[in-house]
Design a binder for this molecule. Sequence first.
Ligand code: NI
Length: 206
Amino acid sequence: MQTTNLLRTIRLTAWIAVAVCLTGAGIYFITARAPDIQRVIGGAAGIGGPFQLTAHTGQPVTERDLAGKPYAIFFGFTRCPDVCPTTLLDMTSRLEELQGDADKLRILFVSIDPERDSPEFLADYMKSFDKRITALTGTTAQVASIAKAYRVIYEKVPGGGRDYTMNHTATVYLFDAKGGFVSTIAYQENEKNQRAKLRRLIRLAG
Ligand code: NI
């Protein structure tokens, strides 16, 4: 894909992704952050980078642990009512379809709600999805750092009392075995496209 087209696609998916997770306060979120979105998405080649997180298994994970296999990574939170469970179920289905090839890539789900998503909480949540998907969390600073590296936008939206929800980018980002950004899967992109993109990612690795 040409760089211009790629950038256009990313820009578009980022907007759609943010729109999907909109709640009332989200309107302000989009308006206030629009210039930032344009700026950060501008550097597609710069997506990704070093991070330090903890998996739902309790294991520490850094970008070095991802080397050698392509990966799909997306961001969300366990209390998300629709976007995150939908994406996790999509990825669960895709892994099943890949059968023997499923171990040729990694699927990562990063919590952008580390205050509530402890490794233990994630471990319990992930029982509903394919066991090959790794959920990651960390300190507030660690999560902020990986979100920045991956150009992911998220924001706490106050609910009733002490309750809150999160707006967050819903795009799945695809990376090759060397950590190079390849493309994206948009939220609820059709299954045929999802399959083709993941198959292509595996071929790139090999
Ligand atoms: Ni979500």
